[in-house]
Design a protein around this ligand. Structure first.
Ligand code: SIN
Ligand code: CO
Length: 378
């Protein structure tokens, strides 16, 4: 993607300008971000998705008894009638299930894949919404059908209403208000308070991001390091030729504590191990994604494209795909990076790969991570 080209999607800003001025900093309202936008998913299709096992969904009803929430799967008969006001259902990760939604998400790849998470779609009846709240992550709220009134503000007070099954701000103070029409879009940075209320039946697509949490990332990397530690660190025994005779035998010798610290530092010193564990973590498929072994004969002659559920990234020495890492260099690295960035690779480029890289592509095809290219650009 050309990051210096002004985009209607960003209200005429270039991706570089958007990242500098708005990303993680301040909201951006874009009228007509996608001119003439016609959603490729309708109400009936969304209802069907919400009813499926393995698809994450929620039903939220703003009733006289207060807020009510139910987690999916949501069979159609469990939804209130569409003539009833003030309810909404939300389906997470629609990009995993629908090629058109996955294609739309690609327009946001001026942000690294490591940060892009999913497209959530909500459908609401008149007055429906999830209440005033804040999210921990950046989000683009694209109006897909009907109208929604957004009120937003920089609430200092982020305290939540107690005893409510969803996160509702106790003291929401709106500073700005806009009504979004189909094709309009609102970007909000993390922690920016917002409340979107449907004005008539409405559908909103949230292009959401993710950010690793420090404790969770440390835990994941340390678990990976633990698996590799025995081989990676070595098997030398602790030695203490300078140990003096003791009168306090139960005390842990300080030099043994130092040894423990040293072996940990040694385990952390291996930079390629840490890098590969990070890439494996970032490309790990979500828990509700399963790939089934393909029974088609794998074939690279048409070129290849990544399955929409496949996550592929790379760093200087590796490529990572669906939680696995491969050391690559030279021409193979160049083409495999192209595959990760463009999500497809031409037959001509496949033919230039080494035998081992071609073997890997064939294996990934059997694993259903890759498919023969359907519609090769250019
Ligand atoms: C919605 O689509 O109803 C909620 C999206 C959000 O506020 O993050
Ligand atoms: Co929100």
């Amino acid at each position: 993607m050309n990051t210096e080209q002004p985009l209607a999607l960003l209200g005429g800003l270039t991706p570089s300008q958007f990242m500098k001025r708005h990303w993680q900093k301040k909201p951006l309202l874009v009228r007509n971000a996608i001119p003439g936008f016609v959603p490729c998913v309708g109400r009936a299709e969304l209802v069907a998705l919400a009813g499926q096992e393995g698809v994450e969904s929620r039903l939220i009803v703003d009733s006289p008894k207060g807020w009510q929430m139910k987690h999916g799967p949501l069979p159609k008969r469990s939804l209130p009638p569409f003539s009833q006001k003030k309810w909404t259902f939300l389906v997470q990760g629609v990009d995993l299930h629908h090629d058109g939604v996955h294609a739309l998400m690609q327009q946001f790849r001026f942000v690294p894949d490591a940060r892009l998470d999913d497209v959530m779609i909500s459908y609401a009846t008149e007055g429906g919404g999830v209440g005033p709240h804040f999210d921990s992550y950046d989000v683009f709220l694209l109006q897909a059908h009907g109208q929604r009134r957004w009120r937003i503000g920089r609430n200092q007070d982020l305290s939540l209403q107690p005893g409510v099954p969803l996160k509702i701000l106790q003291n929401f103070e709106a500073e700005e208000e806009f009504v979004l029409n189909p094709g309009d879009m609102l970007y909000l940075p993390p922690k920016y308070a917002h409340d979107g209320v449907a004005a008539g039946e409405c559908m909103t697509w949230s292009i959401g991001f993710r950010a690793p949490q420090e404790g969770e990332l440390a835990r994941e990397l340390l678990l990976g390091l633990a698996d590799e530690a025995f081989e990676g660190v070595g098997d030398a025994l602790y030695r203490d030729p300078k140990q003096t005779a003791v009168t306090t035998p139960a005390a842990v010798p300080p030099s043994l504590a130092g040894f423990a610290r040293q072996v940990l530092e040694k385990a952390l010193k291996n930079p390629t191990l840490l890098d590969s564990l990070l890439g494996e973590y970032l490309t790990e498929p979500k828990s509700n994604v399963w790939f089934e072994i393909s029974d088609l004969e794998p074939d690279l002659s048409a070129g290849v494209q990544l399955d929409r559920r496949t996550k592929m990234m790379y760093d200087e020495r590796h490529v990572f795909i669906n939680g696995e890492s491969f050391r690559v260099a030279g021409k193979d690295a160049r083409f495999l990076r192209q595959l990760a960035d463009n999500r497809c690779l031409s037959a001509a480029s496949c033919a230039k790969l080494s035998d081992s890289a071609r073997e890997a592509l064939l294996d990934w095809m059997v694993a259903d991570w890759l498919k023969p290219a359907e519609d090769f650009p250019g």
